[in-house]
Write a protein of this length. Structure first.
Length: 385
């Protein structure tokens, strides 16, 4: 039996970890033994994979930490290693000290590390003059000198030289990365899977939801509050429900109070979001960047109409064509988002059409179809017939 090892900084934690579980469930039944190695194991027992906790990660002694991973790979005779991060030393060490194949699974937009670094600096600039000054220099480097992009392009090139395969979430991401590398032969397009719901509720309530982490650099839920501020008086029968937790929650709740927003609820984290998807009519996403946001496909699977800023090719692939599988809004345009949202709410016929379409669209990323692509990739790397 061939053996696959996934590495995660924490497990289970979020979307990437859910994808690993879906892959494991599929390939296990095709003859693969699946392991997860992590320094933070939250749940120990899984049906189709073995999760193992290793010593905590330490920036002071990274080589020793990597040696623990190398030892595990050799002791357990791992055939394929799947990493999630841009960790050059880890990939180089595995290639040099083991016989296993190496895959980097890119669960976000290419170069997200550069984008995230910029928006983290921007987020900190809200609360400190010193941080605002630092952000000013970051802005110049990011938009004019392109120094961040150059730095990460170099890292991506080095990574590509030390792996056997790179998975990305849509064709546009492959095309972008192909401009950085000598070839694109080892880049494989595999979308994230989504389970169709057996009996989605189509008798929806007048609810708009957001589901995800409450973080400034990435999700920008403050923009959703700005949109709600513009429209909530025009749609008095509707409510906005914020599902999720994170470092921005207190700031967002204070902002809602400051603006005296009505009919808005902060639910916090819940393990089963389908409870809210089942009744909601619309899901809003106002992120600055995404890879392949699972909240959009979860919404589609539940017959919830997704509306999002068109901030990346992954979102366009999920929601396109516009007003067929969801609503795409010009990136960052809060006024346009508010206009599209109110027009959708006031157009029951369009809502009904999109709801029917999204239930069909979600079938195109079923776990069986996506799992087969991962299985083919594993088999090809190991030359399994």
């Amino acid at each position: 039996m061939n053996k696959v090892l996934f590495y995660h900084d924490a497990f289970p934690f979020g979307g990437a970890e859910r994808i690993t579980l879906d892959i494991a469930n599929y390939v296990y039944n095709k003859g693969y033994e699946v392991y997860v190695l992590t320094p933070k194991l939250h749940v120990a027992s899984f049906k189709h994979l073995k999760a193992i906790e290793i010593v905590p990660k330490s920036s002071k002694n990274k080589k020793a930490y990597i040696n623990h991973i190398i030892k595990f790979i050799n002791d357990y005779q791992i055939d394929i290693f799947v990493g999630q991060s841009l960790d050059l030393l880890l990939y180089q060490s595995i290639k040099e000290q083991t016989q296993c194949k190496v895959i980097r699974a890119l669960h976000n937009v290419p170069m997200w590390e550069s984008i995230d670094r910029y928006y983290r600096r921007k987020g900190k600039s809200r609360f400190s003059i010193w941080e605002f000054i630092r952000y000013t220099f970051t802005y110049i480097n990011y938009y004019f000198l392109k120094s961040y992009n150059k730095k990460y392009i170099t890292r991506y090139k080095a990574m590509y030289d030390n792996i056997d395969a790179l998975t990305v979430l849509c064709d546009a991401y492959k095309k972008q990365l192909a401009t950085y590398f000598k070839d694109d032969k080892r880049i494989h397009v595999i979308t994230n899977p989504e389970y169709p719901r057996s009996n989605p509720n189509l008798n929806k309530k007048k609810q708009i939801i957001y589901s995800g982490r409450l973080s400034y650099p990435h999700k920008r839920v403050d923009r959703l509050l700005s949109i709600w501020k513009k429209i909530y008086k025009e749609i008095p029968e509707w409510e906005l429900i914020i599902i999720g937790d994170g470092p921005e929650r207190n700031i967002l709740e204070l902002l809602a109070k400051k603006w005296k927003l009505e009919r808005i609820k902060f639910i916090g984290y819940i393990p089963d979001v389908d409870i809210y998807y089942r009744n909601a009519s619309i899901l809003c996403l106002t992120s600055t960047f995404e890879g392949w946001p699972l909240c959009l496909t979860e919404a589609q699977a539940n017959g919830v109409i997704p509306i999002s800023f068109n901030c990346c090719a992954g979102i366009e692939a999920i929601l396109g064509p516009n007003k067929v599988n969801g609503i795409l809004v010009p990136n960052g345009d809060i006024n346009a988002f508010a206009k599209e949202l109110t027009e959708l709410i006031n157009n029951p016929q369009l809502m009904e059409e999109i709801r029917k379409n999204v239930l069909k669209k979600v079938l195109t990323y079923s776990p069986e179809l996506v799992g087969e692509k991962w299985l083919n990739l594993f088999n090809n790397l190991l030359e399994v017939k």
